[in-house]
Design a protein around this ligand. Sequence first.
Ligand code: FAD
Ligand code: FES
Length: 336
Amino acid sequence: TTHEVRIDPLDRSTRCAAGQSILESCLRDDIWLPHSCTQGTCGSCKMKVLSGEVDHRDSSEYTLTPEEREAGIALGCQATPRSALVLEPVEQVDPDDGIPRHPLRDHSGTVVVLDDIARDIRRLVVELDEPMSFNPGQYAEIVVPGTGVARQYSMANPPSETSRLEFHVRRTPGGIATDGWVFAGLAVGERIELKGPLGDFGMPVAQDEPAILIAGGTGLAPLKSIVRHALDHDLAPELHLYHGGRSRQDLYDVEFFEELAREHPHFGYRPCLSEEDWDGATGLVTDVVLADFQSCRGLSAYLCGPPGMIEAGVKALKRRRMAPRKIFREEFLDAS
Ligand code: FAD
Ligand code: FES
């Protein structure tokens, strides 16, 4: 069975299959709705149910409080219809914001590169059978064969490369997708199933302010896509990229970014090490940013990495007077 789901302020409808999330049905029908994690943890996909009945399925009470449920709010990425629905996203959507939107699609492709590039980090490059359009900063959900699970990985290539997707995958000890597959059985030449694009992180249109980009570990992936896209299209007057690791073994693509910095005087690259003395920046990446910028007023920032780093980064930027609405972030939360 399918149910008609109408998004009231946009005046658009989709037919959502029972068991499919409302968000997924909309994104496949090219109806853009606010969302980030698609796994029920961030809350950015909240919708008000104006009429009809939803099944909340796995919605956790940390993301959707009992009071919100009572008030008719649902998580678009978890809820599925029980009847015909009329919904309104809680976060407003501006269909004329100039940001290009790309419908969600299933894709398959072949692994063409699988390289160890840093301690516990592999570069995975997939040649798609059909091109995928996306915005810099978005991610794909890769199916882990034989497990019934899928995991999110951000594209590191710019959107101009639509058929060859680059991913940076960090090994999680005991992790199904990483320890059990990308770092175990997966090999060049194998076929991969994925869907995308997903997420609303990124810098898809021009901005007047200088931008600070802060990455921890494989949080570099979406920022690499953003930096390459922004430099190709002259999107920001200045870009300052920071990449944090513990020691030199954690850094990767250093020469690539050094070369970019030589070619583009308005792009700066600062790798930072927290547990090794060297001739570069030493300390936690967020402390290095604090030392480099006395004021962040009028600047914007893009942060990606583990939740602890994001939290410290947001705090540091606010201390330096960056406006909260100028701070964009993507947390690599795992499903556990
Ligand atoms: P999981 O199997 O999910 O395990 C996660 C943790 O839970 C591990 O510590 C594991 O030991 C523990 N665990 C698992 N099963 C159990 C159990 N039964 N009991 C107790 N503990 C258990 N990562 C990247 O490296 N690169 C990216 O570009 C990237 N982009 C992302 C983008 C988004 C929007 C999000 C949300 C996440 C992103 N991630 C990225 C993280 C990635 O999606 C995975 O969460 C990560 O790779 C771990 O997946 P896994 O299957 O290996 O681990
Ligand atoms: Fe639905 Fe994050 S909770 S997109």
